[in-house]
Design a protein around this ligand. Structure first.
Ligand SMILES: Cc1cc2nc3c(=O)[nH]c(=O)nc-3n(C[C@H](O)[C@H](O)[C@H](O)COP(=O)(O)O)c2cc1C
Length: 211
């Protein structure tokens, strides 16, 4: 099938006006539960979009590891490209697309580092191989070859042999504190439902947007 012919009629759901009175946090939790149930793999994958100093937006997938009443937590290397971008400008957007549910959620917000205690707890729950990987990878830096990584991994396996792998100080979590959420539900004839929630002075209000 050609790109021009690929066309799907969305008909799995609707967004009623009543939802405008709900908390966007509760609505996100409900949708995340549905995704957990119906999305086969990586239901917690989200696109994280930062602002780079060359004026181009930068986008990559990260995994949502916690959703709290404050916002969205993901983990990464603080010295990676995204870490440096966040240092310069903490404003981000997130995007979730759940094909199976015909739903998209767009979020805008500000990223702050979580406490070292919170990062430690999550780091200690990771598989040992991933813990060592966090020490091995200077994420986003240019490397000579794959071999460089393999050798460094072997060295670090020796360093940590018989010991608990501590969290590298340059690795940890960010909390994205949202100031807007847009819930999108695919509908037929491209007349989709969109509800946008915005925060002002700690109060949330919602509008319906044209598809
Ligand atoms: C499904 C999936 C999940 C990922 N999860 C993470 C993650 O949780 N944290 C992370 O740092 N990178 C994750 N990555 C890798 C990032 O997309 C990206 O390659 C990496 O963070 C480097 O990005 P940067 O150079 O913009 O900092 C994931 C990639 C995919 C495809």
């Amino acid at each position: 099938m050609s790109l021009k012919e690929s066309r799907i009629e969305y008909k799995k759901g609707t967004l009623s006006d009543d939802l405008k009175n709900e908390s966007p946090f509760d609505l996100f939790k409900d949708w995340l539960e549905l995704a957990k149930k119906y999305v086969a793999l990586d239901f917690n994958a989200m696109s994280l979009n930062t602002n780079s100093s060359d004026g181009f937006p930068a986008s990559r997938i990260v995994l949502l590891r916690e959703f709290t009443e404050e916002g969205f937590i993901f983990y990464t290397n603080y010295e990676s490209a995204k870490g440096k971008e966040l240092e310069q400008n903490p404003n981000v957007s997130l995007n979730f697309f759940w094909r199976e549910l015909e739903k998209q959620i767009r979020v805008k917000g500000t990223a702050v580092k979580v406490s070292s205690e919170v990062s430690n707890v999550y780091f200690s729950s990771r598989p040992r191989k991933s813990q060592i990987g966090a020490w091995v990878s200077n994420q986003s830096e240019v490397i000579q070859s794959r071999e460089t990584l393999v050798r460094k991994e072997e060295e670090l396996e020796k360093v940590f042999k018989g010991k608990e792998v501590t969290r590298p100080p340059h690795w940890g979590g960010y909390l994205v504190i949202p100031n807007s959420f847009e819930f999108w539900q695919g509908r037929s004839g491209r007349l989709h439902d969109r509800l946008k929630f915005s925060e002002k002075d700690n109060l949330w209000s919602a509008d319906r947007l044209s598809p």
